[in-house]
Design a binder for this molecule. Structure first.
Ligand SMILES: [Zn+2]
Ligand SMILES: [Zn+2]
Length: 222
C-alpha cells in the first residue's frame, strides 16, 4: 500500500509499504479520509519529537472495515467507521477504573504507532465506532468547547441534528474564531457568554444537554 512516512523534520515521503497484518481483536480499515492535526504539523516541523521513526502519521481517521480478526464480529465488515486513537492496555489501575486516557502503557495511532495517512490502518475493534453512534435529540442545547479541528468537525455534524441550539465556546482571542463563524455565525461565543446563556436556558443552572469537550487544555482554549 502507499503510505506517507515521516523520517524526521521536513522529511516526508510517499512510500510503498506492507499492508498491516490483521490481529485477532483488531480490524483493518481502508482509509477514506484523514485529518491533518496540529500534532502532525508539529511532527513535520520537528517541534514535537517523533516517538517512532519512520512514522506513518494520521490519527483523525475514517474509512471502511475491510478485514476483521478472528475474535471480531463479522457484522462490522463493510461498515463506515471512525476510530479512537488511544490503544490502551485494559489491565492497569487506570484502565480498570475507566480512566483509559491515563493508561501509562497506551499507544496512540499516528503518534507512537503507525496511523492513517496510508491506504490501510489497523486498529483494535473496541476502538471503532460507526458514525451514527448516538445522535442528540433535535432541539438539544449543545455547547462545543474549542474551535480546533475536532470542535469544527463536531459543529458540522451537530448542526444536522440541532440546527439552532449548538454554540461554540471559544477563547476571546482565538484566531480560529473566523472558521467557526463561517459555519455558524451567530453562535460562536466566549466562555463568559456561554455561562450567561446557560443561566438563561435553565435558571436552575442545569445548562446544556450535551457538552463536546474539544480543547487541548482548558486554560488555553477557554
Ligand atoms: Zn489531533
Ligand atoms: Zn492501561
Amino acid at each position: 500500500m502507499l503510505a506517507a512516512r515521516l523520517h524526521g523534520a521536513y522529511d516526508l515521503s510517499v512510500e510503498d509499504v506492507k499492508i498491516p497484518r490483521i490481529r485477532k481483536n483488531w480490524v483493518l480499515i481502508k482509509v477514506d479520509a484523514v485529518g491533518i492535526c496540529g500534532t502532525d504539523k508539529a511532527f513535520y516541523k520537528g517541534t514535537y519529537r517523533l516517538f517512532k521513526k519512520p512514522l506513518i502519521p494520521g490519527h483523525e481517521i475514517c474509512g471502511k472495515v475491510v478485514e476483521v480478526g478472528k475474535n471480531v464480529p463479522k457484522d462490522i465488515l463493510d461498515k463506515k467507521v471512525v476510530t479512537k486513537i488511544n490503544i490502551t492496555c485494559g489491565k492497569c489501575w487506570f484502565c480498570t477504573h475507566s480512566l483509559f486516557t491515563h493508561c501509562p502503557y497506551r499507544e496512540t495511532l499516528g503518534i507512537t504507532v503507525d496511523g492513517g495517512m496510508a491506504e490501510y490502518v489497523l486498529t483494535p475493534y473496541r476502538n471503532v465506532h460507526e458514525v451514527k453512534l448516538e445522535p442528540p435529540l433535535p432541539g438539544s442545547n449543545i455547547a462545543i468547547l474549542g474551535s480546533g479541528n475536532i470542535g469544527l468537525l463536531s459543529l458540522q455534524v451537530l448542526k444536522l441534528y440541532s440546527p439552532l441550539n449548538t454554540v461554540v465556546v471559544v477563547h476571546k482571542n482565538s484566531p480560529k474564531v473566523i472558521f467557526a463563524r463561517k459555519l455558524k455565525e451567530d453562535y460562536v461565543i466566549t466562555f463568559e457568554e456561554a455561562m450567561e446563556l446557560k443561566k438563561k436556558i435553565t435558571p436552575e443552572g442545569e445548562g446544556y444537554d450535551y457538552v463536546v469537550e474539544a480543547t487541548v487544555a482548558l486554560k488555553d482554549c477557554l
